[in-house]
Design a protein around this ligand. Structure first.
Ligand SMILES: *Cc1c(COP(=O)(O)O)cnc(C)c1O
Length: 235
């Protein structure tokens, strides 16, 4: 997509989010847009930034670091790491991101906390949960979520903000809602059992299930295609 179109599709995405919030009878500032820029050039991010977007999600570490260097002049840009995270990549993520959505094991969380530079403030973390129970390798199993959440919440340089999921795709609104509702219940149960966790974030909803996610309480929707257009496969 030519860069000039990015601001247009960003406006369309904002209207779509606003309509979804209205339909869900939620306040219009109750969910934020995370622009997922993986595989897209720095110029497209710059265009979205100039159209007022501040939060960007990236999946591939080296690609993200290259683009961050190119965009170092943009004040107050907020980088979210949303891709699978191996232990050997935690240092760079701890140093170069404000959020990580894809923590699904304690080893990775511990390393992120140990490697977070002291002058950066705590790293915001969501735990990725495998809610659709299908073949996906990523995400903590719902039965193991509570113990992981309590351990992560104890780490000094992380702030546990909430839960994230990537359900199996479906074209049907009701089928889309089920795993998203599950994630919401898991969050609500954790907050009820452990009020000090105070989890305020549900990172869910992508270009094809934004409406379902907003109906189920999403607070951070991760839109890639809807803002930046279709992606070529990652090499
Ligand atoms: C790629 C990606 C997205 C964006 O997906 P779209 O369908 O293009 O909106 C959201 N979340 C994660 C974790 C992703 O990897």
């Amino acid at each position: 997509m030519p860069d000039a179109q990015v601001s247009e599709s960003l406006s369309r995405a904002r209207r779509r989010l606003a309509a979804a919030l209205e339909r869900a009878q939620r306040p219009d500032d109750d969910a934020q847009l995370l622009a997922v820029s993986k595989t897209k050039p720095a110029g497209a991010i710059r265009e979205a930034y100039h159209a007022g977007q501040r939060d960007f999600g990236e999946n591939y570490l080296q690609e993200a670091l290259d683009k961050q260097a190119e965009l170092a002049d943009l004040d107050a840009i907020v980088w979210h790491f949303i891709g699978p995270l191996q232990s050997n990549k935690t240092r760079a993520v701890a140093e170069h991101f404000t959020w990580v959505h894809s923590v699904d094991r304690l080893k990775v969380a511990r390393r992120l906390s140990e490697q977070r530079p002291a002058d950066h403030g705590p790293l915001n973390v969501c735990l990725q949960v495998n809610v659709s129970g299908e073949s996906s390798k990523s995400g903590v199993a719902p039965e193991e979520l509570e113990s992981l959440a309590l351990a992560v919440a104890d780490l000094p340089n992380l702030t546990l903000r909430g839960l994230m999921a990537i359900p199996a795709p479906s074209d049907d609104l009701e089928a889309q809602r089920r795993p998203l509702a599950h994630l919401r219940r898991l969050r609500d149960t954790l907050n009820a059992r452990h009020p000090s966790l105070a989890l305020d974030t549900l990172s869910m909803g992508m270009s094809d299930d934004l409406e379902a996610a907003v109906l189920e309480g999403a607070t951070l929707v991760r839109l890639g295609t809807a803002i930046f257009g279709a992606r070529a496969p990652h090499p």
